[in-house]
Design a protein. Structure first.
Length: 212
């Protein structure tokens, strides 16, 4: 079940799907960064056995996702474009560091939130694309990201109390929503919403539950 504090409007999916090649290239870089973030966690906390053993295979899987996305791109006669800075990741990084001495919990929780946001967006993309290959890609990845989401929480549970995890997760969930809802729209996996007219669809402003 999604526990994000802000729901991506469906109009975002239609807009990014207008340029699937740009989206695939940005997505491939996200998979690469996911693998590298896990490697960085392992390098920083080599003595945390559960973290090393549980997350090592996830880094491998993220590289498999990278190869899979690049494969789709190359199959369409294109190559990977240059990586671009990620204001989403920067915003989350700042939220994680605020007033923290022990960063490990925040890094695990932020990684889990990114997985959850990816899950949400893959689901939207799978529902909105008319391209069978892309639908299969996004549906396949959704399953992995949901599992990764649970795994990061599980790893945190080895080192922190349930109360500490829940309190901090609530704060970081709010911070994640604050970051992504004001990012400019762009054809990227972690961009902000398509601007809507003042009297337009405001369903994205009421939280995760879509009004009937
Ligand atoms: Fe992935
Ligand atoms: Fe993942």
């Amino acid at each position: 079940m999604l526990r994000l504090d802000w729901k991506t409007p469906a109009s975002w999916a239609d807009a990014v799907l207008s340029d699937p090649l740009a989206l695939l290239s940005d997505h491939a870089h996200c998979e690469l960064k996911a693998a590298s973030a896990i490697q960085s966690l392992i390098v920083t906390y080599p003595d945390r056995l559960a973290l090393v053993q549980e997350l090592g295979p996830v880094a491998v899987e993220e590289m498999q996702h990278f190869n899979q996305v690049v494969g789709v791109l190359v199959g369409r006669g294109h190559t990977l474009r240059a990586a671009r800075p990620s204001p989403y990741a920067e915003g989350l990084g700042k939220a994680a560091r605020q007033g923290r001495k022990d960063l490990m919990l925040d890094r695990l929780l932020v990684a889990g939130l990114i997985e959850e946001r990816s899950f949400e967006r893959f689901e939207l993309l799978a529902e909105h694309t008319t391209d069978g290959e892309l639908e299969d890609l996004y549906r396949g990845l959704m399953v992995s990201e949901a599992r990764h989401r649970r795994l990061f929480a599980q790893v945190a549970g080895n080192y922190y109390s349930r109360a500490e995890i829940e309190t901090r997760e609530q704060e970081l969930r709010a911070a994640e929503a604050q970051v992504i809802r004001v990012l400019p729209f762009d054809v990227r996996m972690h961009s902000g919403p398509v601007p809507v007219p003042a009297d337009g669809d405001r369903s994205s402003l009421v939280g995760i539950e879509e009004p009937a």
